[in-house]
Design a protein around this ligand. Structure first.
Ligand code: ADP
Length: 260
């Protein structure tokens, strides 16, 4: 199975070498759950790479391994075999402490359910990862992160005082404040309506186009996937094709063929 990456919307460049132009590389990644005769293969030998400054959507039927792929790529789960590289760092060689530090410093994660602290203001939510890392982020740094997501005037609001789309944008600012190598998003628009989904997808698109960051997003929605440079399709724990410059129509057609 080959894999390509798209550095800009529409462009396609073959994968060459490892580590320099790739933000994340997975080779022969297998993840088995369970024990003995009850082993379930969630990933059966995945090869793929996510180019720096690209926006990739990961799609596939329920149970095809999308969340497991994201968790292995983000260092939240360890493959049973195979390798995951973040840039040139082989995650398999790291201790748990090193992996925790790498996740804190080099990886951002956005969840479907926002996961903001309800008692904290947007500003304090955004500052939290740096404070947990023992740093004291300045007000200007936090406000700049909020401005990047279009919420420069909402820093003093608590999550309950913000719309769903605004809460997810705070979660994106929180994930980006440490300038991670990759932002992983697991169904980031799954809890949002069409209008607020557009806000969040437009934001993810702009962090790639304007800030040159790398985004990998799991979604089941062809409309969301069409915002990406490329769609990677999973089926039964393996990569089953990809699409560059996806449109709603081409994504839907591919999913129908996969049975998703
Ligand atoms: P998707 O995100 O595409 O729905 P998942 O990565 O969640 O797929 O799951 C892939 C397969 O691995 C499924 O068959 C699922 O039941 C199984 N699986 C996932 N997590 C676990 C777990 N913690 N224990 C056992 N099986 C699991």
């Amino acid at each position: 199975m080959t894999c390509t990456d798209s550095p800009g919307r529409g462009g396609t460049v073959p994968v060459t070498g490892v580590g320099v132009e790739q933000a994340v590389t997975l080779s022969a990644v297998v993840r088995l759950y369970g024990r003995g005769n009850n082993k379930v293969p969630a990933l059966r030998g995945v090869h793929c790479a996510f180019g720096r400054g690209s926006f990739t959507a990961v799609m596939g039927p329920s149970g095809s391994g999308k969340s497991t792929l994201l968790q292995c790529a983000a260092g939240l789960d360890r493959p049973t075999s195979g390798r995951v590289l973040l840039g040139t760092t082989d995650l398999g060689t790291l201790t748990e402490t090193q992996l925790t530090r790498l996740r804190r410093e080099r990886i951002g994660f956005v969840f479907q359910s926002f996961n903001l602290m309800p008692s904290l203001t947007a500003r304090k939510n955004v500052a939290l990862p740096l404070r947990l890392a023992g740093q004291r982020p300045g007000r200007a740094q936090v406000d700049a992160a909020l401005q990047q997501v279009g919420l420069g005037d909402r820093g003093g609001h608590r999550p309950a005082e913000l719309s769903g789309g605004q809460q997810q944008r705070v979660a994106v600012a929180r994930a980006l404040i440490s300038r991670p190598d990759v932002l992983f998003a697991d169904e980031p628009t799954g809890a949002l309506d069409t209008g607020t989904s557009r806000e969040v997808l437009g934001l993810l698109r702009s962090v790639v186009d304007q800030a040159g960051q790398t985004v990998v997003m799991v979604t089941h929605d062809p409309v969301a996937a069409a915002w990406a440079d490329r769609v990677l399709f999973l089926s039964d724990g393996a990569v089953h094709g990809e699409l560059a410059a996806p449109t709603v129509a081409t994504v839907s057609e591919h999913l129908a063929r996969l049975g998703g």
